[in-house]
Design a protein around this ligand. Sequence first.
Ligand code: CU
Length: 481
Amino acid sequence: MNSRRSFLRSAGLAGVAGGVAAASVSRVAMAALPEPVVQTKPDTMPPLMPNTGRPYNPVVTLNGWTLPWRMNNGVKEFHLVAEPVVREMSPGFKAHLWGYNGQSPGPTIEVVEGDRIRLFVTNKLGELTSIHWHGQRLPNGMDGVTGLNQKGIPPGKTFVYEFVARRPGTFMYHPHADEMVQMAMGMMGFWVTHPKTTHPLIDEVQRDFCFLLNAYDIDPGAYTPKIMTMIDFNLWSWNSRIYPGIDPLVVKKNDKVRIRIGNLTMTNHPIHLHGHEFEVTGTDGGPTPRGSRWMEVTTDIAVGQMRQVEFLADEEGDWAFHCHKSHHTMNAMGHDVPTMIGVDHRGVAKQITNVIPDYMVMGERGMKDMTEMEMPLPDNTAPMMTGEGPFGAIGMGGMFSVLKVRKDQKPNDYRDPGWFKQPAGTAAFEFTGALPEPHRFKSEQLNQGPVTGLYNPTDTSAPARAIEVKVRKPAGHKHGH
Ligand SMILES: [Cu+2]
């Protein structure tokens, strides 16, 4: 039996050993198993360079890590422990989730095409679990569906899965026992099978990122997700992190970059990159034929799907990278609020504050104000949308991050270089000349009353505009935040 020290060394973990601690599982109970490696820090860990088995170019898991393995007579052995975890979803906001080896999502598993793999799965939950290796070719008895392919793993027991990684690509793993509860609680992980030799459809890249799309419904002030929620999630996350808790994707200018994304939420996510065009080079089924690829800037990822996109990072700067459903770039809201844009309720607000001193009118000019307001929030609540950029509040939460392209970034250096310094004369600026009257179509003016230059809903000195229809959302309507 390897000691923890030699196990870590053989797995090539020397560089990041400071962040890794052995779990408090009895050595006797685990005598024949690889000792489980646990990671509780939410930082993006450096790539785990392989120094046993076939060589490959490792991935970087956003706010996550890769699970070290033990070589045992040519078999790569991993040990996953299903257990309750505390995940910091963003600074100041912790969630009580279920995951693997100290974290939700579990560690990324990286293997090479043709590897024989043995995965020990220990259940430290209070109910049955199992793991389905989503997308893999494997013997039927290894597919992990409780009741169909195997008995559920009882609490306290360890099961062994063993198969050969037959095709290279991007995969996921998750329970197939009480899925609704266990996945809503955060049990899932990423899996990458690298090609064993040069592959005609898999390009070499300098940076290879991966993360899972996931979602939670946690009431403001609470710690545990509501597992019955099907649509109205209020936290849209990447690897169980929400912006500004999601690390930037840091690359060197002219790096070829691959980003692998898997969706284990209950809805689709159109993932959008600024400043560059990418190609979808792989799906759940493996690398896509070159003739089927085209350039785009947004790719929709449906439930249960994986996508890999690739691009040349040849534009320096800080580029937004996010889900394009605008509700998915916001965090939990403490209240249901009607749309107030254009409603002037200054008089009403004054009357209400006489009775309720903390009363605040939400969103009469849009909701961006709320990014700068110090709202009284219950303890352990993520701000709805925030993130401080070089020009003020970014006003984003949820599924949002920044691709940072720098010409002086060192190869293999993933540290945040800070904000981009825009060259002089290349930024949007204020126009200070005279504003001309807007030209409008005659028909447009019919129902709008006099138009006085720029529309300003808070300027009550402007003549009232005749309003044709007043639309209010029905009282029962709820947003996903
Ligand atoms: Cu989304």
